[in-house]
Ligand binder design. Structure first.
Ligand SMILES: NC(=O)C1=CN([C@@H]2O[C@H](COP(=O)(O)OP(=O)(O)OC[C@H]3O[C@@H](n4cnc5c(N)ncnc54)[C@H](OP(=O)(O)O)[C@@H]3O)[C@@H](O)[C@H]2O)C=CC1
Ligand SMILES: CC(C)(CO)C(=O)C(=O)O
Length: 333
């Protein structure tokens, strides 16, 4: 009798190996065969690999996965030994609508490859569903303050958590790709939880992102620096008012978010005033790096969803117009 063979490891392609992507690439590399699509950091990473400094996973972690320049090269690298298709494409690029589905298409096998979105924003999934009607789409809400300094070197602190569910939520049989993805992240030492309807979790994160990200990006300030920039609590009060508008929009769409939840989300920032440990949201990092911002996925879609239900959101709309103009100015450079 021949000895039992281990089932092949899941084959994962990570698209967007920047700040967030590097951490999940590392965690998934413990339980899966991983390949990373790299762009600006390709040369450094293919020579030296990635370095992670993390308050949770440890400092000076070095690892060197297989890297490719694009999804066509990733598709060409498939072989009977390395897997004849990708089981998952994990998308960790910025959520800029309109381009990514066609960019990843060469590596998507119809009916086989699950597309996992690890991105901020609301209403980001449908374009993948439209582009790949035969493939499962998995939506992940991510809590992971992380930044890439030098190419391939990322610094992470405080928290690592994924909230995961199928998109749309009604498409989730119990043994879905979303549930299996949760297990893979956990096997790699990460924190992941499956939700029947992960959109409720997206709305809660949006209360934070649609308020803090554009305010910090427009003012080039960390959250704490912004709150400290006004003499009274006027800055903090403005953030709360914007968060309440977002909560009203969520509630109008059937995901009730009360004042207590808003106060809790705000308190995560106000608690750091004392120690002056400000968070620099990813949108601020993008403005500082001269990169386009996720204005539509995080703010524009929220305003449009508010208008659809007749919810008053004047402050958020003004922030949208200002941050949209900022994004356009970056695009003109
Ligand atoms: N950073 C954070 O603290 C957090 C971020 N998020 C969310 O996670 C998502 C990812 O953010 P983050 O990791 O910060 O983003 P980064 O900008 O750090 O990384 C995105 C990566 O995607 C790559 N990329 C983009 N387009 C392509 C392409 N066409 N081909 C190949 N590579 C491409 C970029 O390459 P290149 O360098 O060439 O541009 C970059 O390496 C966003 O939705 C963000 O809002 C959520 C929580 C926290
Ligand atoms: C909440 C925060 C600010 C860090 O996890 C974030 O999601 C971002 O930087 O976009």
């Amino acid at each position: 009798m021949s000895p039992p063979t281990n089932p092949p490891k899941p084959n994962i392609l990570l698209f967007g190996a920047g700040s967030v992507g590097t951490i999940y690439l590392y965690l998934l590399s413990h339980s899966c065969t991983v390949t990373a699509v790299c762009r600006s950091n390709y040369a450094t990473v293919s020579d030296h690999g990635f370095t992670i400094n993390s308050s949770i996973f440890g400092d000076n972690i070095r690892f060197k996965p297989r890297v490719v320049r694009d999804c066509s090269e990733a598709a060409a690298a498939l072989s009977p030994d390395s897997g004849s298709s990708y089981d998952y494409i994990v998308v960790c690029s910025k959520a800029i609508p309109g381009q990514i589905p066609e960019t990843i298409r060469p590596a998507v096998t119809p009916g086989r490859t699950a597309i996992v979105l690890v991105q901020n924003g609301i209403g980001i999934e449908q374009e993948y569903r439209d582009a790949f009607p035969q493939n499962e789409v998995v939506s992940c809400v991510v809590y992971l303050p992380v930044s890439q300094g030098a190419p391939g070197v990322v610094t992470h602190r405080e928290i690592e958590r994924l909230e995961v569910g199928a998109y749309p939520s009604s498409s989730a049989p119990s043994s879905s790709a979303a549930r299996r993805f949760v297990d893979l992240v956990k096997q790699g030492g990460g924190t992941a939880e499956w939700f029947e309807d992960v959109q409720s979790k997206r709305w809660i994160k949006l209360v934070v992102n649609a308020a803090w990200n554009p305010i910090c990006a427009l003012t080039r300030s960390s959250d704490v620096d912004f709150m400290l920039s006004s003499e009274s609590s006027a800055g903090t009060d403005l953030v709360r008012a914007v968060m309440l508008e977002i909560a009203d929009i969520a509630t109008a769409h059937g995901y009730p978010i009360g004042r207590e939840e808003v106060d809790f989300q705000l308190s995560r920032a106000t608690a750091r005033i004392e120690t002056n440990k400000g968070v620099r949201p990813s949108m601020l990092q993008d403005v500082e790096g001269g990169r386009r911002i996720e204005i539509e996925a995080i703010v524009g879609n929220t305003v449009r969803l508010g208008k659809e239900k007749g919810v008053k959101c004047e402050k958020l709309e003004m922030i949208y117009l200002l941050a949209k103009a900022l994004d356009c100015s970056i695009g003109r450079r």
